[in-house]
Design a binder for this molecule. Structure first.
Ligand code: G3H
Length: 489
C-alpha cells in the first residue's frame, strides 16, 4: 500500500501528520469479492488550502514573479525537465491507473503515452506561439508586438476517468503560459500523482505548482471564497463547477476553463453499414464502461433498421469480456465508484417502469461492484436514462422515422458536445451536417465520438463546456493577448 503523506506547497515537499483517508480499489485481490486497500491520502483542510493559495499568489506576485516574467526558453526548459522525469514513472503510473480506476492495460498505457505527447506538443505549440509573437505588425503607422500573458492563479481540478491526461490537459498549458497553480487530484486516480511530486518540485520554481489532497469542499471551497483565484480550471460535472464558482465573491472576474457533461447521440440512418456502425457503437458506448464525457450516451436508430441493429448490437454487448484490467482482450472492467451499480440499476428500474425493456440477456446482471451493460428500448424522454448523463454501462436506444426527431431532441438538450452520424451517404448530406455542427461542436461521420487527436478543438455548447482544450486552444484559454505598441516617428 502507498501511505501518501507528502504534499507540495511553496516548493517544499511537506509531510502531513493529520488525518488520512483510505483509498480502495474496487478490484478484488481475493477470490471472494472484497475491495482492495491501496493506501491513504492526507485529509487536508482550510489552513493547508490557504497556504497553497498563498504560495501560488507569491509565486505569481501580481505578474512580477520569477515565473510569469521568465524567458520563454527557460520556461520550456523547466517543462522539458518535468516530462523527462515523468517518463521514468510510466510503469508505476500505468499500474496505478489499472488499480485505482480499473482502466484496461492498453488504455492505461495509452493514457500515459498520450499525456507525454500532449506535454511535448504543448511545448512545440508554445514555441510556435512565441515565434509568431516575435513578428511585428503595422497598421495605420502603429507597430505592435503582440504576445500572450498569463492570467494569474489557476485552481485546477481533474476528473477520475482520465486522472492523468485530462488533468494535465489543464495543468500543463496553465503552467507553461506563466500562471501559477493549485492542483487537487480527483478522488479516484489520486495515488498516481504521488510518483510525480518530486518531478514537479524539482522542475519548477517554488510556488508555481502546489499540490493538495483531500475532499473538494474542504480544500477547493476555502480557496475560492478568498476571491483570489483568477481561473477555475475543471473537468468534471457542472454541479461541482457551479458550486465552486458561486463561492467566488467576484465571480465576474473569474475565468472559467471547464469541460463538463455531455449526452452525445449516435444517429443511425436507414442506409448505414451496420457492421461498421455496430463496431463503432460498441466502442462509443462502452469503452471504459461508458465512463467518458465523449461516450455515446443515447442511440437514435431509424425504424427501418431498428430491429436488426438492436438484435446484433445487444448480442455483441453480451459477448464483451469482463475481467481485471490487465487481462488479455478485456473490454469491461470493475467500476471505480462504489455507488455506480446502484445508480445504474435505478436508471434501469425507472426506464422499465415507464415501458422500456432490456434487450440483451445479461443486461443489468450484478456481481461484485459491477452491473452488466443494459441495452434499453424503447426509451422515451420522460425516462431518467434519457435525461441524465449516465456515465456508466447502460445504453438507451430511441427509434425515429423522421430525422427532425433526433435533431429537435438535440436542440432541446442542455448539452452540445458531439454527435456520431452513421449512413452510407453521409458525405452527401451536407445540409444535415451543417445543421448538426450548429447543435454540437464535432460531427463524427461513421465513427464514434472521441476527444482526440488532441490537436483538434475539444469543447462543447450549452452546459457541456466553457473554453476549448486542444493543444493549440488551451494555451489561449489560459492566457490573454497583450501588446507593446509604438509609432513610426
Ligand atoms: O471524458 C472525456 C474524455 O475527454 C474523453 O476522451 O474521447 O479520448 O476517451 P476520449
Amino acid at each position: 500500500t502507498i501511505d501518501q503523506r507528502k504534499y507540495l506547497v511553496n516548493g517544499e515537499l511537506k509531510t502531513w501528520n493529520g488525518n488520512t483517508t483510505e483509498v480502495f480499489s474496487t478490484i478484488s485481490s481475493t477470490e471472494e469479492y472484497k475491495p482492495t486497500l491501496l493506501g491513504s491520502i492526507p485529509d487536508m483542510g482550510e489552513p493547508e488550502a490557504l497556504d497553497a493559495l498563498d504560495s501560488a499568489m507569491k509565486a505569481f506576485n501580481r505578474g512580477q514573479g520569477v515565473w510569469p516574467t521568465m524567458h520563454v526558453k527557460d520556461r520550456i526548459e523547466c517543462m522539458e525537465n518535468f516530462v523527462r522525469q515523468m517518463k521514468t514513472k510510466r510503469d508505476i503510473i500505468v499500474k496505478l491507473l489499472m488499480w485505482e480506476i480499473g482502466k484496461s492495460l492498453p488504455d492505461s498505457q495509452k493514457e500515459f503515452d498520450r499525456t507525454v505527447d500532449y506535454i511535448n506538443d504543448t511545448i512545440e505549440e508554445y514555441k510556435e506561439l512565441d515565434r509568431n509573437s516575435a513578428k511585428f505588425q503595422k497598421h495605420d503607422g502603429v507597430y505592435a508586438h503582440i504576445r500572450r500573458g498569463p492570467l494569474g492563479v489557476v485552481l485546477c481540478l481533474g476528473p477520475y476517468n482520465y486522472p492523468l491526461n485530462e488533468t494535465f490537459a489543464l495543468l500543463i498549458p496553465a503552467i507553461i503560459m506563466g500562471n501559477t497553480t493549485v492542483f487537487k487530484p480527483a478522488k479516484h486516480g489520486v495515488l498516481l500523482i504521488t510518483p510525480l511530486l518530486e518531478a514537479f518540485q524539482s522542475s519548477f520554481p517554488k510556488g508555481v505548482v502546489n499540490i493538495l489532497f483531500g475532499r473538494g469542499r474542504a480544500v477547493a471551497a476555502p480557496i475560492m471564497q478568498t476571491g483570489k483565484v483568477d481561473v477555475l480550471a475543471l473537468i468534471g460535472n457542472s454541479k461541482s463547477a457551479n458550486a465552486l464558482q458561486e463561492q467566488h465573491p467576484k465571480s465576474n472576474r473569474l475565468r472559467l476553463v471547464l469541460g463538463l457533461e455531455a449526452k452525445n447521440p449516435a444517429i443511425i440512418l436507414p442506409d448505414a453499414d451496420l457492421d461498421l456502425t455496430i463496431d463503432e457503437c460498441i466502442a462509443g458506448t462502452l469503452s471504459f464502461n461508458g465512463q467518458r464525457c465523449t461516450a455515446l450516451k443515447v442511440i437514435y436508430v431509424h425504424e427501418d433498421v431498428k430491429d436488426e441493429f438492436l438484435k446484433r448490437y445487444s448480442q455483441r454487448v453480451d459477448e464483451l469480456k469482463f475481467a481485471n484490467p490487465w487481462e488479455e482482450g478485456v473490454k469491461l472492467t470493475p467500476l471505480p465508484e462504489p455507488g455506480k451499480p446502484a445508480y445504474i440499476q435505478e436508471l434501469i428500474d425507472d426506464a422499465i417502469e415507464k415501458g422500456a425493456k432490456i434487450k440483451n440477456k445479461k443486461g443489468g446482471k450484478q456481481f461484485d461492484n459491477y452491473i452488466w451493460p443494459a441495452v434499453l428500448y424503447p426509451v422515451s424522454k420522460d425516462m431518467r436514462v434519457y435525461q441524465e448523463e449516465q456515465f456508466g454501462p447502460v445504453v438507451p436506444v430511441v427509434s425515429f422515422s423522421d430525422i427532425e426527431e433526433p435533431l429537435n431532441d438535440m436542440a432541446e438538450s442542455n448539452y452540445g458536445q458531439q454527435v456520431s452520424l452513421f449512413g452510407k451517404d453521409v458525405y452527401a448530406l451536407s445540409p444535415l451536417i451543417d445543421t448538426l455542427v450548429n447543435l454540437v461542436c464535432r460531427v463524427n461521420l461513421n465513427s464514434s465520438c472521441q476527444r482526440g487527436p488532441d490537436v483538434y478543438p475539444f469543447t462543447g455548447r450549452k452546459d457541456s463546456a466553457q473554453a476549448t482544450l486542444s493543444v493549440h486552444d488551451a494555451l489561449r484559454s489560459f492566457s490573454i493577448r497583450t501588446f507593446v505598441a509604438f509609432k513610426d516617428n
